[in-house]
Ligand binder design. Structure first.
Ligand code: TTP
Ligand code: MG
Length: 373
């Protein structure tokens, strides 16, 4: 593997990674100034130490007690029973996230939201050097603060990997710049779990090989890593050398999902048409699930033997992710509109008016459930 050539190739890009500080709890503090200065934990109901569920996040005062995201809420309670425990308000966090993303989107030629509170900005075509990138980053921090009254941390580097590790390096309210020739020195002492996709289990396996830091990984035999971890080993080795070719790319929103079926022979067999419709609905449903989406509008497309095509839509009064709702609606649309005097050539099912099925919504329900609200 020719490491030298690869990293030289990337020296032209300047990437920013922006990550909000203790996002959910920072929003709660913003909404209620009496929380400021106290340990605040957002997550499941602790029920005085017997609660189930986990910590979504906590402020830096609570982190001082060892509390962190993903920790069982009962453990958090044991570590700091006097902390203020709050249920998540996902509607508010999503609203503020959109405001932040709109600010960031305007600052970069290429922008990619990466999570509810983080984004990558490729500013290679906007600034000429790291000094200018620093000024841009300081402006972004100011603009976010003045508009939404929250702080963020920013990492600047020659690729997404370095920028992301850099934004996490100094928190809260940090700014870390890693120029291409500083990459190795910056990464070397950091623990391997700082690399993207290196989770707890992989870290343990690496530790048993005597690899604790990213520097250890970079100096390890690449073919041994490949033998042990396959393609993931190869990727880890590249990352340890600070190489990441992935582009900053805005993900386009899915507007609709559809599926059509042309019959082998034109048909007037209502059972065959209904079965086909159901199978199309379940394919559409699978793609909804894969993309974590719900729908509100259902459309059925009917093409007859003479190519005459009609579409019929129904907008539900609620958003849903239910397959039963989808099949019931498509069948109803078909039965209400079918011309029995002509043979069918094609049927299609489309869902639109889509929105994300936030995993969080389940969490909210659980939270409300546990509070009996
Ligand atoms: P992070 O950016 O990982 O964490 P953070 O913003 O709370 O803290 P930091 O200052 O270290 O960036 O995640 C953003 C939000 O996502 C976080 O506020 C809450 C939510 N989240 C969870 O609900 N569960 C989790 O396990 C994690 C990691 C985050
Ligand atoms: Mg964050």
């Amino acid at each position: 593997m020719n490491i030298q050539n690869d990293s030289n190739l990337r020296e032209t890009r300047i990437i920013l990674h922006v990550d909000m500080d203790h996002f959910f709890s920072a929003v709660e503090e913003r909404e209620n100034s009496s929380l400021k200065g106290k340990p605040v934990v957002v997550g499941a109901d602790p029920k005085e130490g017997t609660g189930r569920g986990v910590v979504s996040t906590c402020n830096y005062q609570a982190r001082y007690y060892g509390i962190h995201s993903g920790m069982p809420i009962s453990k958090a309670w044991k570590l700091c029973p006097t902390a203020l425990y709050l249920p998540p308000n996902f509607t508010l966090y999503t609203h503020i996230s959109k405001e932040i993303m709109n600010i960031l989107r305007k600052q970069a030629v290429i922008f990619q939201q990466w999570g509810i509170d983080e984004a990558f900005l490729d500013v290679s075509n906007k600034v000429n050097e790291y000094k200018e990138a620093k000024i841009l980053a300081l402006n972004i921090k100011n603009e976010i603060f003045w508009n939404v009254n929250l702080t963020c941390s920013i990492g600047i580097g020659p690729n997404k990997l370095i920028a992301k590790i850099a934004s996490d390096y100094k928190k809260p309210n940090g700014l870390t710049i890693v120029k291409p020739d500083e990459t190795r020195q910056f990464l070397s002492p950091l623990p391997v779990h700082k690399l993207l996709y290196v989770g707890k289990k992989t870290e343990e396996k690496l530790n048993t090989l005597g690899i604790n830091t990213i520097g250890d990984l970079a100096n390890f035999d690449s073919s041994l890593l490949e033998d042990r971890f396959g393609i993931a080993g190869k990727n880890m080795y590249r990352m340890a050398h600070g190489i990441d070719d992935s582009k900053v790319q805005e993900r386009h929103r899915v507007e609709s999902i559809s599926n059509n079926k042309t019959f082998e022979e034109d048909t007037s067999d209502i059972n065959l048409i209904l079965d086909t419709l159901d199978s199309l609905s379940s394919r559409v449903y699978n793609r909804l699930v894969k993309n974590s989406l719900k729908f509100k509008t259902v459309t059925v497309r009917l093409r007859y033997e003479n190519f005459e095509t009609h579409t019929y839509s129904k907008t539900l009064t609620f958003k849903t992710g239910s397959l039963l709702e989808l099949t019931k609606t498509t069948q109803k649309l078909l039965r209400n509109n079918l011309h029995h005097d002509r043979k069918m050539r094609l049927v299609g099912v489309k869902v639109s008016n889509l929105s994300a099925t936030k995993r969080q919504e389940t969490l909210i329900k659980n939270w409300r459930g546990s509070y009996g609200k």
